[in-house]
Design a protein around this ligand. Sequence first.
Ligand code: IPE
Ligand code: IPE
Ligand code: MG
Length: 249
Amino acid sequence: MSQPGPPAMPRHVAVIMDGNGRWAERRGQPRSDGHRAGVESVRQVVRAASDLGIGWLTLYAFSTENWNRPKAEVDLLMKLPEEYFEQELPEVIERRCRIRTIGRRDRLPPSVRRSLEDAMTRTQDGTGMQLVFALSYGGRGEIVEAVRRIVRDHEVGRIDVDSLDEKLFTSYLDEPELPDVDLLIRTGGESRVSNFLLWQIAYAELHVSECMWPDFGRAQLEAALADFQGRERRFGQTSAQVRSTRGKS
Ligand code: IPE
Ligand code: IPE
Ligand code: MG
């Protein structure tokens, strides 16, 4: 976990990219236009975050609950990752970003799975920004899945109950290396978490942007980072404690 005190740049920024449908509906356009415009925002924000030296960027692209949307909308949303990777992979590789995913990959159509796996393989040596797509992802499902793996390992004697602590538990999550979230951004103006990274956001700073996701770009990301840098992260301590620690370091 990060140290108390004035936050520098967040190490891990996670984004709930919400508001595509409303953005389109306000223009009298189909929701699909909003999702397409949203891909352009992904491009801009990935570029900006990588330029700004963000270590980890996790983007919530499709939740387990989103499977309950009308089939036509789900079908469209399932086309977008392939299109994104097709267009952006050369730049992502040039930036030395590494693509990772969290979520139920087994529920994705085979073509989406293939394009994700291809993108992960082709970027696996990337030492720059770690770009994580949460696809078919739900926080509770991820935790239950981790418990399942832990029980299995316990059954075969690989771990004992007393060794189970937060660090070991984290190693059973979808992406064990994913650090705690420092800054959680939600666009679209609503203040909820929608089953995103429930374990990893324990001490995240929250930033809700009124911007619909297709209107979110570099300037809005910079505003969210400035908001973050103005916070005092106390991690349960008092403000006086945090300030005295800061004076010593
Ligand atoms: C976010 O935009 C994209 C996904 C959830 C896949 P929405 O489609 O939820 O847009 P709103 O919230 O209906 O405006
Ligand atoms: C959260 O947005 C999921 C993604 C951005 C992928 P939703 O639009 O699905 O969330 P709710 O339903 O408003 O909580
Ligand atoms: Mg929404």
